[in-house]
Design a protein around this ligand. Structure first.
Ligand code: SF4
Ligand code: F3S
Length: 104
């Protein structure tokens, strides 16, 4: 499956939710996650993310995000329509250390 990684945190552009054919995105306060058990591996969300936050879990940098995506997908509400991204989203694009500083 595909997973959402740290790059989403505080960017949360939500372009991804519009294209997912199985509506498997879940919304936290600062980021979204994918339910890896619902994702059908179609790959259409990956190029839609302006923050390049979505990766296949086979990529080295994405592997550690798999369990986090699975865990939070069970606790956060489903999201299927794009909302307004945070007004300061662009300021957090590509910023390192967002997980430690802002994940919740
Ligand atoms: Fe949805 Fe396809 Fe992305 Fe999986 S890879 S989250 S099914 S759009
Ligand atoms: Fe996050 Fe990218 Fe979607 S920033 S909300 S994974 S479009």
């Amino acid at each position: 499956p595909y997973v959402v990684t740290e790059a989403c945190i505080r960017c949360k552009y939500m372009d991804c939710v519009e294209v997912c054919p199985v509506d498997c995105f879940y919304e936290g306060e600062n980021m979204l996650v994918i339910n890896p058990d619902e994702c059908i591996d179609c790959g259409v969300c990956e190029p839609e993310c302006p923050a390049e936050a979505i990766l296949p879990d086979t990529e080295e940098t994405a592997e550690k995000w798999l369990e986090l995506n699975r865990t939070y997908a069970e606790n956060w509400p489903n999201i299927t329509r794009k909302k307004d991204p945070p007004p300061d989203a662009d300021a957090f694009k590509g910023v390192p250390g967002k997980f430690e500083a802002y994940f919740k």
